[in-house]
Design a binder for this molecule. Sequence first.
Ligand code: NOJ
Length: 566
Amino acid sequence: MKTNWYERAVVYQIYPFSFLDNNNDGWGDIEGIISKLDYIKDLGVTAIWFSPLYKSPDYDYGYDIADYRAIDEKFGTMADFDRLLAECHKRDLKVIMDMVLNHTSMEHPWFKKALESPDSPYRDYYIIRKGKQEKGKLLPPTNWASTFTGSAWERIGDSDEFYLHLFCREQPDLNWENPKVREEIIAILKFWLDKGVDGFRFDVFNMFSKVYPFQDDHQKGTFQKGGQYFVDGPRMHEFLKELNEKALSLYDSYTVGESYHPSKENALEYVRRDNHELDSIFNFAHLAADNIADKKFFWKPFNLRQFKDGLFQPQKDNYGLGWNTLVLENHDNPRSVSRFGIDTKNYRYEAATMLATITYLGFGIPYIYMGQEVGLTNCPFDNIEEMKDPVSHFVYDLMTSYGMPKKLAFNFIKYGARDHARVPMAWNDSVNGGFNEGALPWQKVNPNYRQINVEKDLKSDKSIYRYFQKLLKLKKESEAAIYGKLEEYAHDDRQLIAYSRQYEDEGLFILANFSKRPAVYEAPAELVWSGVLLNNYPELENKSGTLKLKPYQAVVLQLAQPTNKK
Ligand code: NOJ
């Protein structure tokens, strides 16, 4: 069977705003990234995904693109990017660009021209409809909700027309039905592939195709009003195949799709081997194990069973059919050591290494979010003004407008805010955590940078970075960790998480205590191991097959023989 480079990849995600500000203007930049490529490479990763670097007015911090072929000035120039690409390739690091193709920025020239004149051909690049007249009032064309803010429709001036935006109002949705739009997109992909980039992350890709004709959504209790008309739309597979045929397959490229509530069937179809759509897809189901109804601002006690189901089900579903990814953090989620009921204060090292072990040895490509490799924590924001993410503000305003006390509303926001992961990286204990030389950073600096930073971690006896190095080496070198079939154990246990990965005659057994209380695991008779490959504690207590695990202890055992679990 032909294997692809991405099957053995380990990806590091950079959120450029906050990585390293080399020119001390308050924003991270490309020069800063280049200066840390050796640090990234030494971790053991093989590819970097860059959150958007393109020209953007930053209503949604880069996810609103105003020019798909230009680097935003605050990050540098195209010449800087070309150097970044060359420096990555020199180190054998692949480069994955973020592609936001469901919508543009409202400052994209296409949108500006679309609004300039009703006869502009660019009007059909977007989704513009007349509103509904009801009892003398002009209402949006449908009752669909945007993912981030109220109605998904924004009125155009004082006309009777509206444009669709499934995210912020500054992010108008593109009309993928228009073949010209798809041609433009294909040309953009080729522009970057011709430069030599190695792949793309497609932002909310399963919203490209909408259901026509548009109609109100009368379903009750759905995750989002209108979702059934704009998620996994009828032409999704066709659109992806077209991108493949006309751009992606002409290069040795890799794609990962960020999807939004895809059906189980579609999630597999998008990545099914030889389907010629995407190479892999993100799975976030396990990250909802401490959220009510998958809503990140609504906290509930962590549910380990839900975490396990969310993590393992897609791995089982896709095994042998399509490829998978393994994620704990990104720019849209709080820091993993600060959630899931974890006792961060006492067990940050143990929890960060345990989480990585149980996640990254599963079936799929590990994705590491910058700072996760040293266990960065959530930022103690003091008030909503300190937060930059428009979503935090929108939800806060909404809650308070319904009468929720400000303090309570802010507590909800603080729990799930995307802002936590977006604060400047803590490199050392100098000013602003070494992010820059003292200019006011665009976003609050986590005040704990003196205690938790890269330099300190690297010097520590309990270095998370060094544990990650061992873990990633194991991941890349073990056929079982890449191709092995996954069997879950101890599924109903409320403290333990356990699974085996077996490929031909190689087997691994991954076992962890996902709690701060000691845990006991009675190893089943079929489990015979020949050694401990990885352990985040100095020892593993074993009394004739009864394993005693310390708080957040994680171990990887080398199986002496296949377990043949039925
Ligand atoms: C998903 C991205 O990860 C998120 O940051 C962004 O706000 C939305 N898509 C809209 O582009």
